[in-house]
Design a protein around this ligand. Structure first.
Ligand code: COA
Length: 166
């Protein structure tokens, strides 16, 4: 079951710990995770199974920024369901969509959704460049980028995907 709602504290704590295990997402503090409003939660048998977090940025861009499925629920189409729901919400609001990922599953979804993809950071919309500056002004993310540095280098390069609404 998918629900558009903020994360509970228990879910945020769990997600915070889970995000520490992947080089694909730098991570967020628990209060940050709880503050996000544009969140779609996937539950299986009433258990928290995964999440997709979108951020509305400047100039009408929406960044589908976090797609995470707990390991035991992977490989059964939940990421596609969540990404589709986040995509449809953004389209309803007539937003341009941005996704940045080095996960083969997510890159596959980006291509399948008809995004323009590129390995060049110069393809990132200006709104994302602005957002990245603020995003990285965080002791938590600076320390995580040091801790995850080597693992992150191994999964490079990142794929930039954009889809502009007409
Ligand atoms: C990446 C992640 C979200 C995928 O979740 P999932 O629920 O297992 O994904 P799905 O089962 O919905 O599969 C998504 C698509 O990827 C495809 N896929 C699976 N493995 C793939 C691979 N190695 N290469 C390319 N595509 C692949 C699937 O076939 C599916 O496409 P389809 O619907 O056209 O068949 C999950 O592994 C995860 O949380 N990883 C850790 C965090 C992460 O890397 N997040 C992404 C960073 S933005």
């Amino acid at each position: 079951m998918l629900t558009l709602r903020a994360l509970s504290q228990t879910e945020a704590v769990l997600l915070h710990d889970e995000l520490k295990t992947t080089p694909n997402i730098l991570g967020y503090t628990i209060p940050e995770l709880m503050r996000f409003q544009n969140v779609i939660v996937a539950e299986v048998d009433a258990r928290f199974a995964g999440v997709c977090i979108s951020k509305d940025l400047l100039f009408n861009w929406t960044d589908i920024a976090v797609l995470y499925i707990l390991p035991e629920f992977r490989g059964r189409g939940l990421a596609r369901e969540l990404y589709t729901a986040a995509w449809e919400n953004a389209i309803l609001k007539r937003r341009h969509i941005f996704t940045w990922s080095c996960s083969p599953e997510v890159v596959h979804l980006m291509e399948d959704f008809g995004m323009t993809t590129s390995k060049s950071m110069f393809r990132m919309p200006l709104a994302v460049h602005f957002h990245m500056n603020v995003h990285m002004m965080s002791w938590y993310r600076i320390s995580e980028s040091i801790r995850k540095g080597r693992a992150m280098k191994r999964v490079m390069p990142l794929m930039v995907g954009t889809k502009k609404t007409n």
